[in-house]
Design a protein around this ligand. Sequence first.
Ligand SMILES: Nc1nc2c(ncn2[C@@H]2O[C@H](COP(=O)(O)OP(=O)(O)OP(=O)(O)O)[C@@H](O)[C@H]2O)c(=O)[nH]1
Ligand SMILES: [Mg+2]
Length: 302
Amino acid sequence: MTKRAGFVALIGEPNAGKSTLTNYLVGAKVSIVTHKVQTTRARIRGVALEGDSQIVFVDTPGLFQPKRRLDRAMVAAAWGGAADADVIVLLIEAHRGITKGVEAILENLSDVVGKRPVALAINKIDKVKSDELLGLTQEMNARFDFTETFMISAEKGYGVADLRKWLAERMPESPWLYPEDQIADLPMRMIAAEMTREKLTLRLHQELPYQLTVETEHWEERQDGSARVDQIVYVARDGHKGIILGKKGETIKAVSQSARAELEEFLGRKIHLFLQVKVRPNWLEESARYSEMGLNFKDGNT
Ligand SMILES: Nc1nc2c(ncn2[C@@H]2O[C@H](COP(=O)(O)OP(=O)(O)OP(=O)(O)O)[C@@H](O)[C@H]2O)c(=O)[nH]1
Ligand SMILES: [Mg+2]
């Protein structure tokens, strides 16, 4: 039996559904998902098996016009993911069609892909009538020579099995890159920090400060099989600290409870999670914060 293995980069505008698709393809939650744009900040790998193929999905930050250091580092990480992959999948949103952002991505795409296959995945088809999809498919294919077009709903799973099968067939012959039972390759402390950031984002809605990051500072295994996890939520301004804490600490308490519950389910054991909020006006200019996020600080240079 010939084994196949390789990398598939999922790229697209912020909010296109890349992380939702990654999780569906992998069959487990490896990347956080929220309704807000710019949720994913670094490349997140999720591993799936399909027949003789091991597919390493690379979820990437959304592509947009970057203004700040963090934005630039995120966008560089996303294009870097595409540059390193065997196959690229561009996700667009069915109901939004060809936006300015999609046009900008298409302009860059030819330079990055070379001869590698690029699939178009029109996502969120559950939001539109099917007769609207034909025109969009034709127009996108007139603008770029996609190897194949898929119409999917990453949330409902429509069309995702076909996409995975097609990708599996395009993986190069290679020994598998990860042990058979591995589905993610982020360190546990980072996965735990991402879970907390997701819960903060879901809880805070409009109030959420962009200038927020979560780090796992300490992870202590205990004799009884549980673990104590200490995390820091960094914010840039004093005022943001109050937002995160909420009235009488209600917000941080609720966030901590739901992050702990998810972490416990993921690990299948008891976790004691402690969150602390720190004001750090300059964290967006600190290289250590970027490496904790899995980003390259220098990518943020202008
Ligand atoms: N209706 C519908 N919503 C979807 C679908 N796929 C994703 N979503 C929603 O779209 C939003 C964004 O999804 P994400 O997976 O976080 O998008 P992303 O492309 O990873 O976003 P960034 O990490 O910010 O670049 C979430 O609210 C998802 O639930 C879909 O097929 N249908
Ligand atoms: Mg994402």
